[in-house]
Design a binder for this molecule. Structure first.
Ligand code: GLC
Length: 551
């Protein structure tokens, strides 16, 4: 089993959170590192093995911290570097790793580098950004935030030149063609590894590497640079990973994992599969998911996908066709206020499924059963909702709901000092949904999620095995099989609101084998000749292990 711990990320359960919205320890209405540290036992008991911290660096906060003014510090509102180290030390004691967002495609406009760069070509930092006297031909196409920006180039009055920004106008892109910038990025990576991080969630990777029509005289090909960075990580801290945000078509995503040894990114968030899953769920038909899985490129041994249901951004459906997207919108977010940029939904899952507990559980079971490692977004384990009154993508980033007390136990601050509103209402707010109540209730979503995580950790076939779709005639049934050496796991999901019965045959060599249900609902048995008969209730799921004789 040593291989499974050497490649720890393949069987990890990630948990993404924002320090700012998790737990406030000093009553100023803003979450902080000390607060998070006090909640580590909760996370350890939940069973997550790696935390992913959203940006916590000094920031003017115009993009929730994805606009950084200092890469070597902690934002004062969240604590100090000392508090960060306390967190790292405690997490290690509880057996949890920590990764953090690495946002180096761009800085904040208020970063001292950019302020210096604006003084013109004589500034030592001018060439750290991408400047042009006129908007160039062949520059990057497409806008990330079409609601807010009209161009990827912004005229700067002080410099009298245009600068490149792929995201908001206040987030100028760094110029990775400049070797000084690349050296600085290494230094940033080295700094946080030294303080104990196990790697990074690398923000906006394709934009970071993009040089078409921009770079002049880059001495290294972008992918070679990513490869170098990956090797640097391994030298500084064995086992440190890069989990990339690469929302591209499969063939393009594959290139970011590097060669056959997987020498670039270790992991990539699987946006393709996530979007196919949305369609499959809405239709109650396994077809789109199966189709997508079959198009999914095989990965090198050390590499893995990271699967999620929802994340901190809008549920982007940009890979679906216009008609498919409309189908998902109609079912999961029919009101214009629930949609964003014409491409996504700014809701969390529980409201999208109308609070249907069976369906909710089936969906998380499904996400955990897909090839790769699962990523939870804070609050998913208790079924937290969004707050549509918070503008844009921030709707899903409301404070964590701990108790029925004031501010949901998130903060002691007077309500008017709260910087981020909580989810409102008796049903979805802390009165209806909170950790404390669910912790006491053995049937709660929280306690169920604990079991799901445990089951996933104890089914390493998913992380290390070969997967194959089992063909069944019922469109609503998604059946997946994993083979890892002599171990075989079979995972069944009923995507529909009606019970279903399905049968399929085990492989020839398993005709005499038994089946053990590790986790799930309904009933299953194996008949003579290895014929499996499974009865799945509405939105049922079964995690099965094949038990060979003498095995
Ligand atoms: C990524 C993040 C998003 C952020 C953007 C710019 O897409 O997920 O939240 O706004 O990068 O850094």
């Amino acid at each position: 089993m040593s291989r499974t711990s050497d490649l720890w990320w393949k069987n990890a359960v990630f948990y993404c959170l924002d320090v700012e919205t998790f737990q406030d320890s000093d009553g100023d209405g803003i979450g902080d590192f000390a607060g998070l540290t006090s909640r580590l036992d909760y996370l350890a008991a939940l069973g997550v093995t790696c935390l992913w911290l959203m940006p916590f660096y000094p920031t003017p906060n115009r993009d929730d911290g994805y606009d950084i003014t200092d890469y070597y510090a902690v934002d004062r509102r969240l604590g100090t570097l000392g508090d960060f180290v306390e967190l790292m030390r405690t997490a290690r004691d509880r057996g949890m790793r920590v990764i953090a967002d690495l946002v180096v495609n761009h800085t904040s406009k208020e970063h001292p580098w950019f302020e210096s760069a604006r003084q013109g070509p004589d500034s030592p930092y001018h060439d750290w950004y991408v400047w042009r006297d006129a908007i160039p031909e062949g520059g990057p196409e497409g806008l990330v935030f079409p609601d807010a920006e009209q161009s990827n180039w912004e005229w700067d009055e002080q410099t009298k030149r245009f600068f490149l920004h792929r995201f908001y106008e206040h987030q100028p892109d760094l110029n990775i063609a400049n070797p000084e910038v690349r050296a600085e990025i290494r230094k940033i990576v080295g700094f946080w590894l030294q303080l104990g991080l196990s790697g990074f969630r690398v923000d906006a990777v394709p934009f970071l590497l993009e040089t078409d029509g921009i770079a002049t005289g880059m001495s290294i090909m972008p992918h070679d640079w990513l490869r170098d960075l990956s090797a640097f990580l391994a030298r500084r801290s064995g086992g440190a990973i890069m989990l990339g945000e690469v929302n591209l078509e499969y063939d393009d995503v594959r290139t970011f994992f590097g060669d056959e040894s997987g020498d670039e990114l270790h992991m990539s968030l699987n946006f393709n599969l996530n979007q196919a899953m949305a369609l499959t769920l809405v239709r109650g038909d396994a077809g789109p998911l199966i189709h997508n899985l079959r198009a999914m490129p095989a990965l090198p041994d050390r590499s893995a996908w990271a699967n999620f249901v929802r994340n901190h951004d809008e549920w982007s459906l940009d890979k679906l066709t216009e008609a498919e997207r409309r189908e998902v919108f109609a079912a999961f977010g029919p009101k214009p206020d629930m949609q964003l940029f014409g491409r996504g939904l700014r809701r969390r899952l529980p409201t999208m499924v109308g609070g249907d507990q069976d369906r909710l559980r089936m969906i998380y079971s499904l996400a955990f059963a897909l090839p790769g490692a699962p990523v939870l977004f804070y609050g998913e384990e208790i079924g937290m909702a969004e707050n549509l009154d918070i503008p844009g993508r921030m709707s899903v980033r409301a404070p964590m709901q701990w108790t029925t007390g004031p501010n949901g136990g998130f903060s002691d601050a007077p309500a008017k000092a709260m910087r981020r509103p909580l989810v409102a209402g008796r049903k979805w707010g802390p009165a209806g949904i909170n950790v404390q109540d669910q912790d006491r209730d053995p049937d709660s979503l929280l306690r169920w999620t604990e079991r799901l995580i445990r089951r996933r950790r104890q089914t390493p076939e998913i992380a290390f095995g070969e997967w194959r779709v089992i063909e069944v005639p019922e469109a609503a049934v998604f059946a997946l099989r994993y083979d890892w050496g002599a171990s075989v796991a079979i995972l069944l999901h009923n995507l529909a609101a009606e019970p279903v019965e399905t049968t399929f045959a085990l492989d020839r060599e398993d005709r005499a084998a038994g089946l053990r249900c590790l986790f799930g609902t309904g009933e299953v048995d194996v008949r003579k000749g290895g014929k499996v008969q499974s009865r799945l209730p509405r939105y049922g799921y079964q995690w099965l292990r094949v038990e060979r004789e003498g095995g």
